[in-house]
Structures are given as structure tokens and as C-alpha cells.
Ligand binder design. Structure first.
Ligand code: FES
Length: 198
């Protein structure tokens, strides 16, 4: 388990890495200001829904929470990150999210209920590593035209800020969007669809 705070210029990106322990697995995210877990780790391991406040996740930040022993990435996407999404389409394997990797209500450009909030299972669709959040829009060694997204350190797969996989990498599919809904404007529950959703 590790925390990493990167401060590239004015924007602050924070990544809380996770640890998956044992066969059943307990995933923990250690962000100092988010102390409470709901429900308990035992309930999470059993597959219970997980409720998470979004209030303290700053613009451009990612928080990782555990659900069913999986890391779930929650990102407060910046307007610039969102604006860059449509331009990525020609470089992606499945730009319209036609493969069944998300609920119907997240089958849109941002792959989310509210565009600014990405909620996604942080597991690479190649062989299951946890991709690294690389949120800054600047040239990277693995992509001179990088517009923010995810880089998998295991075999170099790349995903955009909606978890859509780029062409020419080993991962075959977009990262998965879990069922979730909003309890109120700034609280989500992971593991339960919105009322009335198929
Ligand atoms: S597990 Fe991510 S590229 Fe292989």
C-alpha cells in the first residue's frame, strides 16, 4: 500500500494505491482525509455495496476504493480532460463502448452517469494488473500526444480518461465500469444500479 502525491505545477494529483490481500482479499485505500469505510471490510469482501462521498476528491484527483476485492477508481475529471475525450476516438479500439464493459447508463463518451466523475474498476483487461493514473496532459515517454489516462506498467497498455483502450496495445477491451448510482449529489454507492435502470 502506498500513497503518492504529485504536484506538477499548479494542479495536484493524488493517487492512493491499493493493496489486495489474500484470496478473499481486502482492498484498502489510504487517503488521510477519508477515514471511514462503509460498509466494513468484511462486508465488502462479501460483495456488499460500497458508499463513498466525493466531497474531498479535488479536481484532477483520483481516489481508489475497494469493492468486491477490486480497486475502483474514482476520478474528478477536469474540463480539459473531458474536452480531450472525443479527439481520442480514432486511436481507440472501442470508442463507442460497444463491447459490454459498462452498464447501459454509462455507455456514453465519458462512460459515466455524470461526465465529471469517472467510476471504474481499475483492472487492466489484458492480464489484470492495476493501471497507473497519469492524469496530466503532456508528452509522456509512452505517448508524445498524451491527453491523460491510464498506463499499465505490466505490458504497456494505455487507456484514455474514460478507461477506453488505445489501439496497438495488448489489452483487448476498455476497463470495466461497475454498477453504481448517486445517493445524493456528492455521494455514490458502488454495486447498485440507479433505480429503474435495466
Ligand atoms: S496486464 Fe496490463 S498490459 Fe498486461
Amino acid at each position: 500500500m502506498a500513497n503518492e502525491v504529485v504536484d506538477p505545477g499548479r494542479r495536484r494529483f493524488l493517487t492512493a494505491a491499493t493493496a489486495v490481500v489474500g484470496g478473499v482479499g481486502i482492498v484498502s485505500a489510504a487517503v488521510p482525509f477519508i477515514k471511514s469505510w462503509e460498509p466494513s471490510a468484511r462486508a465488502m469482501a462479501a460483495g456488499a455495496p460500497v458508499t463513498q462521498s466525493l466531497k474531498k476528491i479535488e479536481l484532477g484527483q483520483q481516489l481508489i476504493v475497494g469493492w468486491r476485492s477490486l480497486p475502483v477508481f474514482i476520478v474528478n475529471r477536469t474540463p480539459a480532460q473531458l474536452a480531450a475525450l472525443p479527439g481520442q476516438d480514432p486511436r481507440l479500439v472501442d470508442p463507442k463502448s460497444q463491447v459490454d464493459q459498462q452498464p447501459k447508463y454509462a455507455q456514453n463518451e465519458a462512460r459515466s452517469i455524470k461526465p465529471e466523475w469517472l467510476v471504474m474498476i481499475g483492472i487492466c483487461t489484458h492480464l489484470g494488473c492495476v493501471p497507473t493514473y497519469v492524469g496530466e496532459m503532456k508528452p509522456e515517454p509512452f505517448d508524445p500526444n498524451w491527453q491523460g489516462g491510464y498506463y499499465c506498467p505490466c505490458h504497456h497498455s494505455r487507456y484514455d480518461m474514460a478507461g477506453r483502450v488505445y489501439q496497438g496495445v495488448p489489452a483487448p477491451k476498455n476497463m470495466e465500469i461497475p454498477p453504481y448510482h448517486y445517493i445524493d449529489d456528492m455521494t455514490i454507492q458502488i454495486g447498485v444500479d440507479p433505480k429503474g435502470a435495466a
